[in-house]
Write a protein that binds this ligand. Sequence first.
Ligand code: C5P
Length: 237
Amino acid sequence: MKIKKEVIIACDFPSKKELYAFLEPFEKEGLKPFLKIGMELFYREGPSIIEELKVKGAKIFLDLKLHDIPNTVGNAMKNIGRLGVDITNLHAAGGISMMKAARIGLDEGAMAVGAKSPILLAITQLTSIDEEALKTELLISSPLKNTVIHYAKNAKEAGCDGVVCSALEVSEMNKLGLVGLTPGIRLEGDDTNDQKRLATPTFAKEAGSTYIVVGRSITHAKDSVVAYKKCVFDFET
Ligand code: C5P
């Protein structure tokens, strides 16, 4: 699959009021950025937020990180497929059967409305899980890196298109034939906030990321449109 490199803005806003205020200057310039809608906004506004943004012509990454039994995830993904989003995701820890059911559900849902099936990404290990938590809380004795690669292989086998990963892991994911979506991006000189393993758009591009997710470097910038354009210039061109 040939996929274009794109910058995705993480729309971590409490409600659509703040989101639409944020988008106004982009609309004035005729820009239609790729948007990530996560649990915070989706659980507040419901699926109508996706329909409204699609009407505005936005591409959407619906970041809900599904994880349940295969039947439930398959049926939920059918409904996500019907929303016409461009990317969505799940936890690889749910297992191969769950991921296969997700793929089938997404394809069926998209087909029912004549939409293209969304790109399906797997989360291998959350960045909030470290070696210590893996061993002592989850009782997984393999090194974290091995679990990431193993889960990525499972995702590939199940029909996922890619994984959410750091810029440091992306080349290994590309070797497996998976696209990499990289969060934890900062423009040089920006506040690191709570992120630890950060990359710049240029570093992520050179490392082989297909998508970068940028939140606060754009949403908290003095001029969000300028910051977005800089990310696009550094990553997409
Ligand atoms: O503001 P910032 O650029 O740090 O936001 C990053 C976005 O990417 C947030 O929406 C966050 O939930 C998400 N994310 C992340 N790290 C991961 C997975 C997702 O920062 N490993």
